[in-house]
Design a protein around this ligand. Sequence first.
Ligand SMILES: Nc1ncnc2c1ncn2[C@@H]1O[C@H](COP(=O)(O)OP(=O)(O)O)[C@@H](O)[C@H]1O
Ligand SMILES: [Mg+2]
Length: 335
Amino acid sequence: MELEQISGVGKSVAKRLKDAGFANVETLAVTPARELMKRADYEKLEAAQRIVEAAREALGCRFITAYEHWEMTKNRLKCTTGSKALDKLLGGGIETQGITELVGQYGSGKTQICQTLCVTAQLKPENGCLGGNVLYFDTEGTFSSNRVYQIAAENGLDPGQTLHNIILSRVYTSDHQMFLLDNAFEKCAEENVKLVVVDSVISHFRSEFLGRETLADRQQKLNLYMHKLLRLAEILNLAVVVTNQAQSDPTPQWGSAVTDRPAGGNILAHACNTRVWLRRAKGGGSKRVAKVFDSPCLPEGECVFRITQKGIEDAPEEEEGKEQKNKASESDGNK
Ligand SMILES: Nc1ncnc2c1ncn2[C@@H]1O[C@H](COP(=O)(O)OP(=O)(O)O)[C@@H](O)[C@H]1O
Ligand SMILES: [Mg+2]
């Protein structure tokens, strides 16, 4: 996209940007303002910030052909979760240029998956990983550096180095969450971040906006937040993983028992490309079941994995086989 298409950029500014090595809007949009200031000799950081921001805006409202879209999605990377069965369910792993949502009851394994991804995201793309650093927004105070240290060590990596490559941000309110995301563009570009985790995306919104009359405001703010996250994922070709809480459904559709559904309503449903429901497997222990739902491009399905010292792993084979058999007999029964 041509530089002149940025609002406020005429011929002379475009020339100045080109001379500084910025050939198009795309490269400008992913450049930290501080770097632009230096390279294009701007005296004030604000001036550089305005241009970078306008470049991002311009990208947000452009029209592209389906071929350009195909070219863009060709660059997508996939990151292993540590479990082959879960990767397969996800169509190869957690994808860049999109948002993956993990939802489930307390203890279903959401944070454990996020913390395992903190490690795998750093490994090389040749090994089915992202080869970059991690930005982790912790809204519930449940991030454990000890646990990430353990996962890295158990997988034969240098745990200290692994922790160095994770940028941690404790989030205290929904306003703070919004503010931190606005600053994430810069941070992610500067630090070669390839995975952004928000654990959880919803907790502050749920605790601050109480009562029906505040619902519209809450959803509007959440919508803006999700859109910014998606833009970050697309522009910087990085993976975004958010966790969501389960809430009980007061009007269950099947049968009389109260059922769970994801919090966040339609806003989260629409913004997330892949949604994964997590639950404890029958019989307890370390096994968990993951189910993909509402996906525009993945078939609905389930798999079993387990949580171990190494993080997320495949369940032993006979267990996986048993679960498959159960499912087969269930679907036979439905015929
Ligand atoms: N080092 C570990 N080894 C094995 N299992 C663990 C380890 N650490 C935590 N877990 C298990 O992970 C589960 C908690 O999962 P978590 O991801 O925190 O749930 P949530 O969905 O609430 O985020 C607990 O059942 C716990 O036993
Ligand atoms: Mg958690």
